[in-house]
Ligand binder design. Structure first.
Ligand SMILES: Cc1ncc(COP(=O)(O)O)c(C=O)c1O
Length: 386
């Protein structure tokens, strides 16, 4: 039997990363050793303290039944308290926090709550594909791609005048995937003001807020204002917990309420034992500074970043040293797909920039999710490939 996909699903472009995964699978089946810098999934294990807390909570039968889709009260309070300690922002746990099954779900479901068919949704280009596809397209809305400018730190051009004031919503993401760019508070202030003036929902993706290097500390958009703003965060990258699916949305009570309304119809919340361990993880922050368990991962990524940037620069690539995220983003000659294919022939996986939007063409992304020894081996192979 065959069934036709819904029109909105038909519009979704083929998933480039699935094609790459298939190519990798074929090579591996032929016995090729692959060094994968493709997926932004930490190879570092979840801190032991968190794993032990999950195991403890899992053994308690109180945590075996349905959670609430908006999040357990103690987890929402832990997120609110963390916002106060980390960003100095006052958040009301009942009305201004929603726990998510990973921030991806919230980023997509927000559109279901507020975007009508035909509405315009502004998305950065390049960007995490969920904004254009999971959010805008699956709501029959129009994703309007706004290029991030390489010569402006991957910010919008002369921000924010080029943005369409008719749009319903704007997605903004710093520290940025895929470019590794970070934002200043001044830049974010301009975007916030524009959203308030034009009555546009500001959806701020702060999934990498804790994955920062050197002296850079990522701000929260809520430090600037809460009006019309919803911010998404995640335990995925902060605590190497991508597989547990735990994120949070914080902000304007009306936006949180809309998101909760959608979620109440489509999911029943994150498992209680994960939520309780997540609360404990956030409590490791006793002030604004990162706790030792987070600092330890950052130190590992930082060392890798330095090794890979130096090696690629030696080969002649113009690679910026990112202050946030675990991605390197740099220009290559010609098509990014061809470059990625050539590297794959030598057993090295890099992600073609075009997979993140048309403005990503000419760039590739490498995730710092391989140990230094493997990076060194990959650099040798890349040199050969060139
Ligand atoms: C920019 C950005 N936002 C959000 C997410 C989603 O993370 P999660 O759903 O694991 O919280 C990712 C994942 O890679 C991402 O890169």
């Amino acid at each position: 039997m065959t069934f036709e996909y819904a029109n909105r699903v038909k519009k979704i472009p083929p998933y480039l990363f699935a094609e790459i995964e298939e190519k990798i699978r074929i090579r591996q089946a032929h016995g090729v050793d692959i060094i994968d810098f493709g997926i932004g999934d930490p190879d570092i294990p979840t801190p032991k303290l968190i794993v032990e807390e999950i195991a403890k909570q899992l053994r308690d039968p109180k945590n075996h039944n349905y959670p609430t889709s908006a999040g357990e009260p103690e987890t929402r309070k832990a997120v609110a308290d963390w916002y106060k300690r980390r960003f100095g922002v006052d958040v009301e746990p009942q009305g201004e926090v929603c726990i998510l099954l990973g921030s991806k779900e919230g980023l997509a479901n927000l559109a279901r709550a507020f975007v009508n068919p035909g509405d315009k949704v502004l998305v950065p280009d390049p960007a995490y594909p969920v904004y254009a596809q999971g959010a805008a397209m699956l709501c029959d809305a129009v994703a309007v791609r706004v290029p991030l400018q390489p010569r402006r730190n991957f910010w919008f051009e002369d921000s924010p005048r080029e943005l369409d004031p008719e749009a319903k919503m704007l997605y903004v993401n710093y520290p940025n995937n895929p470019t590794g760019a970070v934002a200043t508070k001044d830049y974010l202030r301009g975007l916030y003001r524009w959203c308030v003036e034009t009555h546009t929902i500001m959806a701020y993706d702060n999934a990498y807020s804790e994955l920062t290097f050197d002296d850079y500390i990522a701000p929260s958009m809520l430090e600037i204002g809460k009006e019309g703003t919803i911010e998404f965060g995640s335990l995925s990258k902060t605590f190497n917990m991508t597989g547990y699916r735990l994120g949070y949305a914080v902000g304007d009570a009306e936006l949180i309420s809309g998101l909760k309304k959608v979620k109440a119809q489509v999911d029943s919340g994150a498992p209680k034992f994960i939520q309780k361990a997540a609360a404990m993880a956030l409590e490791q922050y006793t002030g604004s500074e990162k706790p030792p368990m987070v600092k330890e991962s950052i130190a590992i990524y930082e060392k890798r970043r330095n090794v890979l940037v130096a090696g690629l620069r030696e080969m002649g690539f113009k690679v910026p040293m990112p202050k946030g995220t675990f991605y390197l983003w740099f220009p290559v000659e010609g098509s990014s797909l061809k470059f990625a294919d050539k590297m794959l022939e030598h057993g090295v996986v890099v992600t073609p920039g075009v997979g993140f939007g048309p403005a990503g063409e000419g760039f590739v992304r490498m995730a710092l999710t391989q140990p230094v020894e493997r990076m060194e081996e990959a650099l040798v192979r890349m040199k050969k490939a060139l």
